[in-house]
Design a protein around this ligand. Structure first.
Ligand SMILES: [Zn+2]
Length: 434
C-alpha cells in the first residue's frame, strides 16, 4: 500500500520547530519515503488531501498499563494506599487472559482515536497484551513489571514467577514483526522487590540486550523508604545492581535528585512524566524543567486509566506545559514545542526507537491528522500552540500506524468496537466487580 498526502501542514518534530506548509508526504508500505515541497514521482494507491488539517507524528505513550482501563474511575477519592490495597489489587487478582484482552482492546481503542501510535506498557498477562497490540497495528515496548516479595536469601529464578514471565515474554515476543513489539526487562519498583531480583533482571537485560522499565520515586514515602533501607535513592540503588546499563524508562521521578539526574543522563534513562496521575493521586510534581536543563530525556505517559481516567495525551501535553509554568512562576519554563517533543520524538528515544516520532524519509509511518477546521482550533496563528493548548483527542481524524490507516473519521479498522464493548460489559466487568 502506498499513500500520498498532499497540501499538508506538517510538524515534522525533526528539531527545526518550523512547520511545513503545502507539503507532500509519501508512504510506501510501513515507511515514510518522501517529505517535501514538490510532488514526488510515481503512482500511489491512495491520495489524501490534507487541506484544513495538520499532520504530526503519532504520540508515544511512554508509560501505561493498558488492561487497567477496566478500572477507570474505580476507587476514586481515596489516598494511594487505600486505593491500591482496597480497590485495585483485589480487582486485579481476578483478572484472566480474556479480561486482560478486553481491557487492552478498550484502552487501545481510546488511544488510537486520540492519536497514539506507540506505547510502553507494563502489566501482567503480557503475552495477551502483545497479541492485542499486534492485531491493533500499533508498536509497543512491553514489560511484565517484575515483583518479588520473598526473602532475599530464598530467591531462586526458578521459583520467581516474574523471572519465568520475563523469559517467556522475551522468547515469544522480542523483536516480533520486525521490531513492532520489543520486550523490556522490568523491575516494577524498588519497593516491590529486593536485591536478588534486581541483580537477576539486570543480568538478564544485559545478556539479551534489553532496556529496563521501572517505577521510580513516584511518592515521597517510596523515595524516603529506599533511602532508609539502602542509604540510596531508587535510581541509585537499582543502578548499583546494574539496572540501567542498557538505558530505559524511569516512570514518574517526582522526588528524584540532581545526583539521580546525572546517572539518568549518563545511562540514557528517560524520565516518563505522568502529570495527571501524579496530581490525581496527590503524589506531587516532578521537577521536569530542572531535569531537562540537566540533560535528562523526558517523555510523556498517561499511566493506567485507573489513576488518570483518560488516555488523551493532548490533555497531558497541555497540563505538562501549564503545570510547570505555573509551579515555577515562569511562563517560559515549558513551551508548546517542549510538550510536543515529550509526546513524540523524546518518547521514541525513551523506548530506544530511533525510527519513529519524526516525520522524515526512512522513519516508520506513524502519523496523525488533526482537523484544524474544528471551532476549538480556529484561528491558527501557531499550530504548535493550538495542538498543545487548544486541541483534544477528538480532533484526530486519521491515525496511521506502521503505514496502515487504523482509524479515520471515527471508524476503527483494526478493532471491532462492538465486540470490545460486549467483552468488557458481558465478561470482564462481571468477572472483576460482579
Ligand atoms: Zn505506572
Amino acid at each position: 500500500m502506498s499513500v500520498l498526502f498532499t497540501n499538508a501542514a506538517v510538524l515534522t518534530m525533526d528539531g527545526s520547530r518550523e512547520p511545513l506548509k503545502n507539503a507532500f508526504v509519501a508512504v510506501e508500505r510501513h515507511k515514510i519515503t518522501y517529505v517535501g515541497a514538490e510532488r514526488p514521482e510515481g503512482v500511489f494507491d491512495r491520495v489524501v488531501d490534507c487541506s484544513g488539517k495538520v499532520m504530526m507524528p503519532g504520540f508515544v505513550n511512554a508509560h501505561t498499563h493498558l488492561p487497567m482501563t477496566l478500572m477507570r474511575g474505580y476507587g476514586g477519592g481515596h489516598d494511594l494506599q487505600t486505593w491500591l490495597y482496597d480497590y485495585i489489587f483485589p480487582a486485579e487478582a481476578k483478572l484472566d487472559p480474556r479480561a486482560v484482552a478486553a481491557g487492552t482492546d478498550l484502552g487501545l481503542a481510546e488511544m488510537i482515536a486520540t492519536g497514539v501510535t506507540c506505547v510502553a506498557d507494563m502489566y501482567m498477562h503480557t503475552g495477551v497484551i502483545a497479541d492485542r497490540i499486534v492485531k491493533a497495528g500499533l508498536s509497543a515496548n512491553l514489560s511484565c513489571g517484575g515483583v518479588y516479595f520473598g526473602a532475599a536469601e530464598e530467591f531462586s529464578p526458578d521459583k520467581c514467577n516474574d523471572c519465568r514471565n520475563q523469559q517467556e515474554l522475551t522468547d515469544s515476543w522480542h523483536n516480533y514483526g520486525g521490531g513492532q513489539i520489543r520486550v523490556d526487562a522490568s523491575i516494577h519498583g524498588e519497593y516491590t522487590s529486593n536485591a536478588p531480583l534486581w541483580r537477576w533482571m539486570s543480568d538478564y537485560a544485559q545478556k539479551h540486550g534489553l532496556r529496563m522499565h521501572a517505577h521510580i520515586s513516584e511518592t515521597v514515602s517510596e523515595h524516603q523508604a529506599s533511602i532508609s533501607r539502602h542509604g540510596r535513592t531508587p535510581v541509585q540503588v537499582l543502578g548499583d545492581h546494574g539496572a540501567w546499563e542498557n538505558g530505559g524508562i524511569a516512570a514518574h521521578c517526582v522526588y528524584t535528585t540532581p545526583e539521580d539526574w546525572e546517572i539518568m543522563k549518563d545511562k540514557s534513562v528517560t524520565c516518563v512524566h505522568n502529570p495527571w496521575s501524579n496530581l490525581k493521586l496527590g503524589s506531587g510534581i516532578a521537577p521536569v524543567p530542572a531535569m531537562l536543563k540537566a540533560g535528562v530525556n523526558v517523555a510523556l505517559g498517561s499511566d493506567g486509566m485507573s489513576s488518570h481516567n483518560s488516555a488523551d495525551l493532548f490533555s497531558d501535553m497541555k497540563l505538562a506545559a501549564a503545570l510547570h509554568c505555573g509551579a515555577g512562576r515562569d511562563p517560559m519554563a515549558m513551551g508548546a514545542w517542549d510538550a510536543l517533543e515529550m509526546a513524540t520524538v523524546r518518547g521514541a528515544r525513551a523506548l530506544g526507537r530511533t525510527d519513529t516520532g519524526v516525520i522524515a524519509p526512512g522513519y516508520v509511518a506513524d502519523l496523525i491528522l488533526v482537523d484544524f477546521t474544528a471551532p476549538n482550533l480556529m484561528p491558527c496563528h501557531d499550530p504548535a500552540e493550538n495542538l498543545v493548548f487548544s486541541a483534544h483527542g477528538s480532533n484526530v481524524v486519521m491515525n496511521m500506524a506502521r503505514g496502515q490507516v487504523i482509524y479515520e473519521n471515527g471508524e476503527f479498522f483494526t478493532i471491532d468496537l462492538a465486540r470490545v464493548r460486549s467483552e468488557v460489559e458481558g465478561y470482564a466487568l462481571p468477572l472483576l466487580f460482579g
